[in-house]
Every structure is written in structure tokens, then in C-alpha cells.
Design a protein around this ligand. Structure first.
Ligand code: CA
Length: 221
């Protein structure tokens, strides 16, 4: 699950990115609205954390433009404690949730998990399909009731495939979900993670769709 953090304050942004990574997200940070627009056009993200006070365009305007362009990305806005009007205008402009600064990083992660799973039509973090149980908020997995140890990238990959709701996901998009913009990716990295997931959960867990990408292999219960 990849989160785009749009925040111009370096200290706050570093804290958010580190916190999200510690909670199993892939997180990238940009500091202006124009960088955010570019990032939305060129990479896949599962949700955005948006500070409203940005140096170029106001965060509210960015939000309004994204929604006007048909972008349905889950967006959580960050506002100052006394800015009730900003919160209301943000929600009216299409934000899905908000947090008031200063906030707890665990709460931010929990809210993002909720927004992302609701975007996929799921009301619970716990997902069950075939012999698998998977908690998308903690990355924990069980196969036929037995716990299975997954690495952070493996659980992110599994969550991204589950999030696609039975649709095929391209290899490029899966790489975007797994690696931040500043991370070096080896050319066979995705294949290695797919191989490991199949080894741990069974060969059917991921279906290869020739020429198109990959699909989660089991039907949700
Ligand atoms: Ca700011």
C-alpha cells in the first residue's frame, strides 16, 4: 500500500513517512501541490495525506482539482487545531477524512487502512479467501488457521493484490506499491516476492495473467 504524503514542513513530513513505513506502508513525500499532481499522474498511490497549507497552491485547491478531474483516491487532510472551517471545506471538497495536528502516527495509519479498505468495498481489516486469513492493518497471515510469517514487502504485495478486488494488476503498478520513489529496485525484485508468497501460501495464491500482470487467486469468503 503506497501513500503519497503532501507536506511542506520537513520535520513533520519526515515523521509521517517514517511512521507510515514502520506501519508497513510504502510512503513517498512531496512538498508542493504541483509535485503532488505530477506524482498522481505518473505513479500509483493507494491514498494521500494532504497538508492544506502548501507553498504553491492551497491544499484545498489541489483537492478540488483532483476531484474535478475524476480522481477518486482516498485523501486524508491535515489541519491545524483551530481551523474548523478548513476541515469542513476540506470534507465538502472531497476529502475522505481529516486529522488535527499534532496527531498520533498510529491513528494516522489506522485511518489510512480504513480508507483504503473502504475504497475496495471492505468494512473490516480481516480478509478471508480460500485457506487464507489476512489482516491488512497488521500484515499478519494465517493459512488453514496456522500463522505464516510474511516479510513487510510480501504482506504489502498480498494487500495490493487483495485490494484490486479480483482485477488484474500490472507488474509496474505492483512495484509502485512496494517501493518508494527514492528506493533502488532490482529488476527481478517483484518476481522474487511473488515466488516467496507462492512458496509460503501455495502456488495458486497469485495467478499470472500473461502479458497483463497478476491477480489474487482465491475467491473472497
Ligand atoms: Ca504546511
Amino acid at each position: 500500500m503506497r501513500i503519497l504524503v503532501v507536506e511542506d514542513d520537513d520535520l513533520i513530513a519526515r515523521g509521517i513517512v517514517a511512521g507510515l513505513r514502520a506501519h508497513g506502508f510504502t510512503a513517498d513525500r512531496v512538498s508542493t501541490a504541483s509535485q503532488a499532481r505530477l506524482a498522481c499522474e505518473h505513479t500509483h498511490c493507494d491514498a494521500m495525506v494532504l497538508d492544506l497549507g502548501l507553498p504553491d497552491t492551497d491544499g484545498l485547491e489541489l483537492l478540488t482539482r483532483l476531484r474535478a478531474a475524476g480522481n477518486a483516491l482516498p485523501i486524508l487532510i491535515l489541519t491545524a487545531r483551530d481551523a474548523v472551517d478548513d476541515r469542513i471545506r476540506g470534507l465538502q471538497a472531497g476529502a475522505d477524512d481529516y486529522l488535527v495536528k499534532p496527531f498520533d502516527l498510529g491513528e494516522l495509519a489506522a485511518r489510512l487502512h480504513a480508507l483504503i479498505r473502504r475504497a475496495a468495498g471492505r468494512s473490516l481489516n480481516l480478509f478471508e479467501a480460500g485457506p487464507l486469513r489476512f489482516d491488512s492493518s497488521t500484515g499478519e497471515a494465517w493459512l488453514n488457521g496456522e500463522p505464516v510469517e510474511l516479510s513487510r514487502r510480501e504482506s504489502t504485495l498480498l494487500a495490493s493484490l487483495i485490494q484490486a478486488n479480483g482485477r488484474c494488476v500490472s507488474g509496474e503498478r505492483l512495484k509502485d506499491c512496494l517501493y518508494g520513489m527514492d528506493e533502488e529496485v532490482e529488476s527481478n525484485a517483484l518476481n522474487v516476492h511473488i515466488h516467496n508468497l507462492r512458496r509460503k501460501l501455495g502456488p495458486d495464491v497469485i495467478e499470472t495473467v500473461r502479458g497483463l500482470g497478476y491477480r489474487f487467486g482465491w475467491v473472497r469468503r
